[in-house]
Design a protein around this ligand. Structure first.
Ligand SMILES: *[C@@H]1O[C@H](CO)[C@@H](O)[C@H](O)[C@H]1NC(C)=O
Ligand SMILES: *[C@@H]1O[C@H](CO)[C@@H](O)[C@H](O)[C@H]1NC(C)=O
Ligand SMILES: *[C@@H]1O[C@H](CO)[C@@H](O)[C@H](O)[C@H]1NC(C)=O
Ligand SMILES: *[C@@H]1O[C@H](CO)[C@@H](O)[C@H](O)[C@H]1NC(C)=O
Ligand SMILES: *[C@@H]1O[C@H](CO)[C@@H](O)[C@H](O)[C@H]1NC(C)=O
Ligand SMILES: *[C@@H]1O[C@H](CO)[C@@H](O)[C@H](O)[C@H]1NC(C)=O
Ligand SMILES: *[C@@H]1O[C@H](CO)[C@@H](O)[C@H](O)[C@H]1NC(C)=O
Ligand SMILES: *[C@@H]1O[C@H](CO)[C@@H](O)[C@H](O)[C@H]1NC(C)=O
Length: 837
């Protein structure tokens, strides 16, 4: 027999490409090893971790805070101890940018150890870490011991950007970072599903996090003894009944063969040791050896079983079964036949679990009924990797919220606006801006105590529902994984779904007003009996709202999925939809300033969705009926049932794929089905015109050229006569500058091509600016300026008969729900068929 070295040398000799030599050490093309905050390079085994001032061009951060502690304070005595000695601390969102020379799988290894340095106590740090695509960590804090988090991501762009974002009033830090190429074939696309055991494909796009990497029947294998610098830990502590297991070690026997796993798959120290049944040569032995691993529920896991039969003396001696969570993962497995009847050759099998509801994964091995001699079963190694969820996240924790304190918020506005100024206005205007900005900040500070509402359920400052509810008797609300509320509590809250408590009816079902046992007012949206479509949107909404918390996004208090119900419970928005305040409901008219404030609030919410995370979230159904107002008329964006992370190509068929609401739909999305944030910008532009003109976006009762608000308003905007079609109640109350800015902003949003539309951040800034222009008047001399007011409106054009017109509002009488989920054609036929109210 050849041993692996001989084969290796043989192939190396033949090959001009040393990388093809499967037993040679893998040389990573990208190999960034950074010891963050360190004054000089640090060597760990044979590897050199460079001091991060060497990588200073890679790093964008506001401040350079380097922290260090004494080596002796670090409890783990591993080779990597020196890495934990220093850290880089971030007080603002900061990025490391790595040039990627070889696209494909990379390790991202993040080292954390919390110590105290000057005024920074790293154990109080709470932060999120994300790449451009994946959320790796969120709401993350580091406990006492040093910890290394390892990820395996497929990098498909030329750079990898790792962003560290501190949570509210907190800091972020990192002690060391590795970004290292991985052999392309380490993770292949195909695997097997459990229950039933069937083929699975799609691993290539998955981001993975190593949660366990175990060497069965052997000792710890440290990074220095693994070609890919992995750490493997012994299995003893995971065995449920250690007495049923025994060890075998025969490292020299392991034969890597061409086409099979290589040393990069797992080193011989893994394949050469195993745990088997401790059957004491009793031929009647019939039991399983089981390991238990604690995992986070709600995710799918990739379980890789490493197998190598170093116990059999001859072929076909050993048959056994492997189970994962009691599902058969391999039946009557005979390793001796897998590699052309060569014993002791490594083999691995990848299995993908269904999303777990349990917080543990059980792996068992046991004898097969086919056993000839005496029963046995083996396992050499095991890796359990968490797979990203549909939000491309590896963390279930709720999102980082934007800062909740007024002080730091105005600072953010300043920064956002500051950036936009450069892009929009000549340098001369900058000074002017800062004056405005300072004034705005002052105003903001004055207004906040009244208008600011809680951001998250866990936020102790909550004054509406958060703290009351979580300390309430109804349920233990603030669990990490969504906020499940018992059906009985929902019944109680809505007076057993009292019909007279219905505040809206929509495609999804009915919306009830409700009150939790602690007095918190809620809106309860109860889905129609489960449909596949409804279920998907129900899940999306929960997923989105539990991850994204922001004062301009309506917050989810809880949900209930008991008894096939699909119930969502939101904070109650006293003042209903923006739409109902614009037309058709007889509510008092909103002033121009109120309208601007509402638009600004909604723009903030959308801006956060688009940029608050590693991956943009596209709302897909932006419209005035989805902008809700609280008791202070503060705007919050609602209804995330259709939201998606993007950009992406919708693969489904046209008629079902294009979702959103008629009149607001981005024509480019409609044409190309390419979904980007700019589709939301388009819809928001329509909302801006709706706010200005106070009429439905589609009004079939009007003359043809007026039916579609977007088209009609654009016509007037392009002629520079937008003032001719504004809401009659605003006549004489908008300052021309403010209107011009507003009109231009809306026009830009409605550009035919997404690339020509501004980002939500730019829209936000322009609206702020329109507000400044308006307020400049109010605070100046109103008398004098009134001559500049927009004059009388042309009566023909503004003569909408709101009462007679068909408004979409009648299908969305609901304040919370509406046409979402109803197919386009259905919406359209409803619009056409219905007669005026
Ligand atoms: C530190 O590491 C960097 C990057 O590997 C290397 O270029 C530099 O020469 C090292 N410095 C010292 C003093 O070893
Ligand atoms: C990375 O993903 C792309 C598709 O997104 C795939 O074509 C490529 O093969 C993947 N690379 C690896 C090494 O998994
Ligand atoms: C750092 O914070 C932790 C947790 O809040 C606390 O237990 C510890 O005493 C603090 N350490 C110092 C030095 O302040
Ligand atoms: C198996 O090996 C591990 C690690 O080397 C050791 O801790 C354990 O005691 C061994 N178990 C038995 C039953 O020999
Ligand atoms: C790692 O390799 C070194 C040198 O070959 C050896 O002395 C050591 O025992 C190995 N450690 C493990 C855990 O295999
Ligand atoms: C081993 O575990 C599997 C799955 O839980 C079970 O079906 C089987 O009966 C067990 N075998 C023995 C011998 O206990
Ligand atoms: C993980 O994210 C990718 C996109 O980055 C997505 O295609 C895939 O479906 C996600 N995985 C799961 C299990 O949702
Ligand atoms: C963040 O983590 C802490 C501690 O693990 C937990 O109590 C809290 O609920 C989490 N917050 C969110 C918003 O998930």
């Amino acid at each position: 027999m050849w041993d692996c070295k001989e084969i290796g040398l043989f192939i190396c000799a033949l090959s001009i490409l040393p990388l093809l030599c499967f037993s040679a050490n893998f040389v990573p093309i990208d190999n960034y090893l950074i010891d963050c905050g360190a004054p000089h390079n640090t060597s760990v085994g044979t590897r050199n971790f460079a001091a991060d001032n060497f990588f200073k061009n890679f790093l964008s951060t506001q401040q350079n805070i380097l922290a260090s502690t004494s080596l002796t304070s670090i409890s783990s005595a591993g080779d990597d101890s020196p890495l934990y000695q220093t850290a880089r601390v971030f007080t603002e969102s900061s990025k490391y940018t790595f040039q990627i020379n070889h696209k494909g799988r990379h390790w991202i290894r993040l080292y954390f150890y919390s110590f105290s340095y000057e005024k920074y106590n790293l154990s109080t740090a709470n932060f999120a870490v994300a790449t451009q695509i994946n959320i790796l960590l969120s709401n993350f804090s580091v406990q006492k011991n040093p910890i290394m988090k390892e990820y395996l991501v497929n990098v498909t762009s030329d750079t990898l950007v790792i962003t560290f974002t501190p949570s509210d009033n907190s800091i972020a830090f990192v002690n060391a970072i590795e970004v290292v190429s991985v052999p392309d074939d380490l993770i292949v696309d195909d695997a097997f599903t459990l229950n039933p055991l069937a083929s699975y494909s799609g691993l290539l796009t998955q981001a993975l996090e190593t949660v366990f990497r175990v060497n069965m029947g052997g000792p710890t294998v440290s990074p220095g003894n693994d070609t890919l610098h992995r750490t493997w830990i012994p299995d003893q502590s995971f065995l449920i009944q250690p007495n049923l297991a025994s060890n075998v070690s025969n490292i020299g026997a392991v034969k890597y063969v061409k086409g099979g796993p290589t040393e990069n798959t797992a080193p011989p120290t893994i394949y050469g040791t195993l745990t088997e049944m401790n059957s004491n040569n009793d031929p009647r032995s019939n039991f399983n050896v089981t390991w238990q691993f604690d995992v986070e529920p709600g995710f799918q896991y990739l379980v890789r079983l490493h197998l190598c039969d170093i116990v059999s003396k001859g072929l076909n001696e050993l048959y056994f079964n492997i189970y994962i969570d009691s599902w058969l993962a391999a039946k009557d497995l005979d390793l001796s036949i897998i590699n052309n009847n060569v014993l002791a050759t490594p083999y691995y099998k990848d299995l993908v679990s269904a999303p777990t509801t349990s917080n543990k994964i059980l792996v068992s091995i046991g004898p097969s009924a086919l056993n000839s001699d005496y029963p046995n079963a083996i396992l050499n190694g095991l890796e359990i990797m968490k797979m990203n969820n549909s939000m491309s996240s590896l963390s279930a924790a709720a999102a980082v919220t934007l800062s909740s304190t007024s002080g730091s918020n105005s600072k953010k506005v300043g920064i956002i606006a500051g950036v936009s100024v450069g892009a929009f206005i000549a340098v001369v205007l900058v000074g002017f801006f800062f004056v405005l900005c300072r004034k705005r900040r002052r105003l903001a500070r004055q207004g906040h105590s009244k208008t600011w509402v809680p951001l998250s359920i866990n936020d102790g400052t909550s004054h509406t529902m958060g703290s009351k509810y979580s300390s309430g008797t109804t349920a233990s609300a603030a669990s990490n994984f969504g906020y499940r509320i018992p059906f009985a509590a929902v019944q109680e809250a809505t007076n057993n779904f009292d019909e007279s408590w219905v505040i809206g009816i929509g495609g999804f079902g009915k919306v009830y007003k409700g009150e939790l046992s602690d007095g918190t007012k809620v809106a309860v949206k109860r889905g129609n009996p489960r449909s596949q479509q409804g279920l998907a949107e129900f899940r999306t909404e929960i997923e989105m709202l539990s991850q994204f918390r922001h004062r301009h996004l309506v917050s989810l208090i809880g949900y209930c999925d008991e008894k096939n119900e699909m119930i969502l419970i939101y904070e109650y928005m006293e003042q209903g939809t923006l739409k109902s305040h614009l037309y058709g409901s007889g509510l008092p008219n909103l002033s121009w300033k109120e309208r601007l404030d509402i638009c600004i609030g909604a723009a903030r919410g959308l801006h956060y969705l688009h940029t608050g995370y590693a991956k943009a979230v596209i709302h897909r159904d932006v419209k005035s009926a989805n902008i809700l107002l609280d008791e202070n008329l503060m705007a919050k964006v609602a209804d995330f049932g259709l939201s998606k992370t993007g950009p992406e190509l919708d693969q489904t068929h046209v008629s079902t794929a294009v979702k959103g609401s008629f009149g607001y739909l981005d024509p480019e999305y409609f044409r190309r089905q390419q979904l980007t944030e700019k589709s939301d910008v388009y819809s928001f532009g329509v909302v801006l015109f709706e706010v200005l003109c106070a009429r439905p976006v589609i009004d079939p009762s009007l003359p043809r050229e007026m039916v579609n608000l977007a088209e009609w308003a654009m016509k007037w905007q392009k002629r520079g006569q937008l003032d001719q079609i504004i809401d009659a109640t605003l006549a004489g109350k908008i300052r021309p500058d403010s209107l011009r800015k507003f009109g231009e902003t809306a026009e830009k949003c409605l550009a035919d091509y997404g690339v020509d539309r501004p980002s939500m951040g730019d829209v936000l800034w322009n609206l702020e600016y329109a507000l400044q222009l308006q307020e400049a008047l109010v605070q100046g001399d109103p008398e004098e300026n009134s001559t500049n007011m927009i004059g009388e409106l042309s009566p023909q054009i503004n003569d909408f008969d709101h009462e007679a017109s068909v408004t979409a509002a009648q299908f969305e009488a609901s304040s919370l729900d509406d046409l979402s989920g109803v197919s386009m054609s259905k919406v359209f036929s409803q619009l056409v068929k219905s007669e005026g109210r």
